[in-house]
Design a protein around this ligand. Structure first.
Ligand SMILES: CC(C)(COP(=O)(O)OP(=O)(O)OC[C@H]1O[C@@H](n2cnc3c(N)ncnc32)[C@H](O)[C@@H]1OP(=O)(O)O)[C@@H](O)C(=O)NCCC(=O)NCCS
Length: 160
């Protein structure tokens, strides 16, 4: 894929060879917030999020046969807010592919998936990417301290 080509978004299946690669990105980014995991147990937990439809689902943006970004729809993403579900989670794009709309396209794909399974509102939390999500129609829901970071829970309402 050149930077001008459309982004190819595909569902990540649990038996895909790409699961360890994509899980390694999210472990490097967020593993420190979940000290109970090893790289291996994180990968297996990530694999279990690769459902066939609805919640849970994981999507990847592909450059040819290589994944360059990911986003997921998960039942839970925050220990202290089990009453909120589902969640947009694990939004990540490789550094060299950022700034060209890949995360936005992945987020739209997760929104479509949530909508298709009857979700009318869902959530995410972020320490520093509020502006990106606000541009995509998400609203601030709550500010709180979570695992040593100040974060915003954001909510997206979807058409019924
Ligand atoms: C946050 C993250 C996912 C954004 O990924 P991305 O693919 O660069 O996101 P997008 O391209 O959709 O949007 C990001 C920016 O690119 C701009 N952009 C979107 N499409 C563009 C295009 N076609 N050409 C140029 N710029 C574009 C957006 O306006 C936005 O601008 P900003 O720099 O003012 O925020 C990425 O930086 C990342 O993986 N960071 C580390 C993990 C992380 O923080 N994840 C979020 C957890 S809540």
């Amino acid at each position: 894929m050149s930077k001008l080509d459309p982004i190819n978004i595909v569902r990540l299946s649990p038996d895909s060879d790409h699961v360890p690669t994509v899980a390694s990105w999210t472990y490097a980014e967020w593993g420190h917030l979940n000290p109970g995991y090893t790289a291996e147990s994180w990968c297996e937990a990530f694999r279990r999020e690769c459902g066939i439809a609805g919640v849970p689902s994981v999507f990847v943006a592909m450059e040819g046969d290589q994944p360059v970004g990911t986003a997921a729809l998960m039942a839970r993403d925050m220990d202290s807010r089990h009453e909120l579900t589902p969640w947009l989670a694990s939004v990540f794009v490789l550094p060299e592919w950022r700034g060209q709309g890949i995360a936005s396209t992945l987020i739209r794909r997760v929104e479509e998936e949530a909508s298709a399974c009857g979700t009318t509102q869902f959530y995410l939390f972020t320490p520093d990417q509020q502006a990106l999500y606000r541009r995509l129609g998400w609203h601030d829901h709550e500010e709180l301290s979570y695992r040593g970071e100040e974060v915003t829970i954001m909510q997206r309402r979807l058409a019924e």
